[in-house]
Design a protein around this ligand. Structure first.
Ligand SMILES: [Zn+2]
Length: 187
C-alpha cells in the first residue's frame, strides 16, 4: 500500500479548500472538529458540492449514502432506524465503532435527523483517507508497483501512467459493515 503518496495533511488542505469555496467561510473557521452543518452552515446540497470537489482533487468516488442507509440495506428495514425515526442501539453500536471520538454524542433513541450535524471536518477527512487507503498494491493495467504522485493528490502509475483507481466510498462502507458483522455479530 503506497500510503504516503497522499498525506493526511494534503487531504485536510484540499478538504478545507473545498469547504471554503463551497460554503464561503473564512479558512480560519474550519477546524477538524467543526460540524459542517452546525458550525459552518452547510446544507445538504453543499455536501454534494464538497464531495464533488474532493473527487476531482483526488480521483476518488465518495460515498453517496451514509452508514445508516447501508445498515438498512444489508441487515433489513428497521435494523438501523425504528419506525419513529430513532436510531436503534445496534446502529449506535456500529457508529461508535466506526466514528469513535469524532462522534462522541451518539446515543440510542436519538433522532436520525440529528446525525448529519455530527459530520465533522475530521470525519470527512477520515472518509477520504479510507478511500485512498484502498489503492491496490500494483497497477491493475501493467502489474507494476510504481505508483507516484506529482502534485500530492492525484496518483498515477510510474510505469504506464494509468490513473490510480480506488474502491468507491459506498463499497468500502459495505465491506466494512460485513467485516464488523462477521466479527461481532451485531445483527
Ligand atoms: Zn501501470
Amino acid at each position: 500500500m503506497s500510503q504516503n503518496l497522499v498525506t493526511e495533511e494534503k487531504v485536510y488542505e484540499e478538504l478545507k479548500k473545498a469547504i471554503v469555496e463551497t460554503l464561503r467561510v473564512e479558512e480560519g473557521s474550519v477546524t477538524p472538529e467543526s460540524s459542517l452543518i452546525n458550525d459552518l452552515g452547510a446544507e445538504s446540497l453543499d455536501f454534494l458540492d464538497i464531495n464533488y470537489r474532493l473527487e476531482q482533487s483526488f480521483g476518488i468516488k465518495m460515498a453517496r449514502h451514509f452508514v445508516l442507509e447501508h445498515i438498512e440495506e444489508l441487515f433489513g428495514e428497521g435494523s438501523a432506524i425504528d419506525e419513529d425515526g430513532r436510531l436503534t442501539g445496534k446502529a449506535i453500536e456500529l457508529l461508535k465503532i466506526r466514528f469513535g471520538d469524532s462522534m462522541a454524542d451518539l446515543e440510542a433513541g436519538m433522532d436520525m435527523d440529528e446525525i448529519p450535524a455530527m459530520v465533522t471536518v475530521r470525519s470527512m477527512a477520515d472518509g477520504v483517507m479510507d478511500i485512498l487507503a484502498s489503492l491496490p498494491e500494483s497497477c491493475p493495467k501493467c502489474g507494476n508497483s510504481s505508483w507516484k504522485s506529482d502534485d500530492g493528490s492525484k496518483v498515477t502509475c510510474g510505469s504506464c501512467r494509468e490513473s490510480a483507481t480506488y474502491t468507491n466510498g459506498d463499497d468500502l462502507i459495505k465491506a466494512w459493515l460485513n467485516k464488523v458483522q462477521q466479527e461481532k455479530n451485531i445483527f
